[in-house]
Design a protein around this ligand. Structure first.
Ligand SMILES: NC(=O)c1ccc[n+]([C@@H]2O[C@H](COP(=O)([O-])OP(=O)(O)OC[C@H]3O[C@@H](n4cnc5c(N)ncnc54)[C@H](O)[C@@H]3O)[C@@H](O)[C@H]2O)c1
Length: 269
C-alpha cells in the first residue's frame, strides 16, 4: 500500500507499546487512527495523547479473544471512518511456564496471541475485500515465531502459528488489492513483561514486570513503527527489525536440513 495519507489504520493493542508507537507513526503519515484495546484507561490516555498531537483518533474497548467483540470493533471502525485500510493485529500477552505447565496459562496466551489475530482477520478482511480498495494487514508475531525460546512455549506456539498463517494469507491475497506483512521483533521497550495485568481475575495494580530498557538489542517503539510503515509502503512481507534473529532463523532452517538439533536462541542483553 504505497499511499497511506488519508487512509484508516486499525490497531489492536493500540493503547500501549508497539501499538501506540504504530499510532504515532501512522498518524504522522496522515492516517486516521482506530485503536482497540482491552485497557479502557490506557486507551483514553492514548487517545488524548494522539489527539493533542493533531491526529484523528477513534477508540473502542475490545477483548480480542472474543469474535463478537472484534466484529463490534469492525462495525465501530466502519461507522466512525467509513473504511479500514491498514489493519494491525497486534494485541498480545506473554506468560512464563513450562510446556507441561498450567493449561490455563496455555489457553490465555493462545486465546489472545493466536485467536486475537484470527478474529481480526475474520472481521476485517472480508469487508476490505468487499470495498475493493488497496489495503494491508500487519500481523504482529515475534522472533518467538521463528525460534523456540524455553519457558514461554505457549507464546512460541501462538507466534509460530501467526507466522504460518500470515504466509498462507500472502498466497491467498494474490490477485486481490490486499497485502500482508508479519512483524517479528526481538526486544522492544514496552509493557509486555507486565502483560499479566490484562489476565482475567488479576488485580493489575499488583503486577510488575522486568523492563527491557537495558538490553543491548532493545529498540524503541518509534524505531519499530518506522520500520513497519516503510515495509507496508514497500509491500514487504517479512519485517525483522533485529537482524541477528534473521541470521539465527537461517541457521535454524539449515540445521533442519542437516538434521542438527536446535541451538538455544541468543538474546543480546
Ligand atoms: N515488546 C517486545 O519485546 C515484543 C517482542 C516481540 C513481539 N512483541 C509483540 O508485540 C505486540 C504488542 O506488545 P507490546 O510489546 O507492545 O506490549 P504492551 O503490553 O505494551 O502492549 C500490548 C497491548 O495489548 C493489549 N491487550 C492485551 N490483551 C488484550 C486483549 N485480550 N484484547 C485487546 N487488547 C489486549 C494491552 O492492553 C496492551 O495495550 C504483542 O503481540 C507482542 O507479543 C513484543
Amino acid at each position: 500500500m504505497q499511499h497511506v495519507d488519508g487512509k484508516v489504520a486499525v490497531i489492536t493493542g493500540g493503547a500501549s507499546g508497539i501499538g501506540l508507537g504504530f499510532a504515532h507513526a501512522f498518524g504522522t503519515a496522515g492516517m486516521k487512527l482506530m485503536l482497540g484495546d482491552i485497557e479502557e484507561k490506557a486507551l483514553a490516555s492514548a487517545s488524548a495523547e494522539l489527539t493533542a498531537a493533531g491526529h484523528d483518533v477513534g477508540t473502542f474497548v475490545v477483548d480480542v479473544t472474543s469474535a463478537e467483540a472484534v466484529d463490534a470493533f469492525a462495525d465501530a471502525t466502519y461507522s466512525t471512518f467509513g473504511g479500514a485500510h491498514l489493519v494491525c493485529n497486534n494485541a498480545g500477552v506473554v506468560e512464563r511456564h513450562d510446556s507441561w505447565g498450567s493449561l490455563d496459562d496455555w489457553k490465555w496466551v493462545i486465546d489472545v496471541d493466536l485467536w486475537g489475530v484470527v478474529h481480526g482477520v475474520h472481521s476485517f478482511v472480508p469487508r476490505m475485500l468487499d470495498a475493493g480498495e488497496d489495503g494491508h494487514v500487519v500481523n504482529t508475531a515475534s522472533t518467538a515465531g521463528l525460534l523456540g525460546f524455553p519457558g514461554i512455549s505457549s507464546y512460541v506456539a501462538a507466534k509460530h502459528a501467526v507466522v504460518g498463517m500470515s504466509q498462507s494469507m500472502f498466497h491467498e491475497f494474490a490477485h486481490t488489492p490486499l497485502g500482508v506483512s508479519v512483524l517479528c521483533p526481538g526486544v522492544v521497550d514496552t509493557n509486555i513483561n507486565s502483560s499479566h495485568r490484562n489476565r482475567p481475575g488479576v488485580d493489575p495494580a499488583a503486577v510488575t514486570g522486568e523492563t527491557f530498557e537495558t538490553y543491548e538489542e532493545v529498540l524503541s517503539t518509534a524505531d519499530v513503527a518506522g520500520i513497519v510503515l516503510d515495509a507496508v509502503k514497500a509491500d514487504q512481507f517479512w519485517i525483522l527489525p533485529h537482524e541477528h534473529y534473521g541470521e539465527q532463523a537461517l541457521k535454524n532452517a539449515t540445521d533442519r536440513v542437516a538434521k542438527g538439533n536446535p541451538v538455544m536462541p541468543r538474546v543480546k542483553r
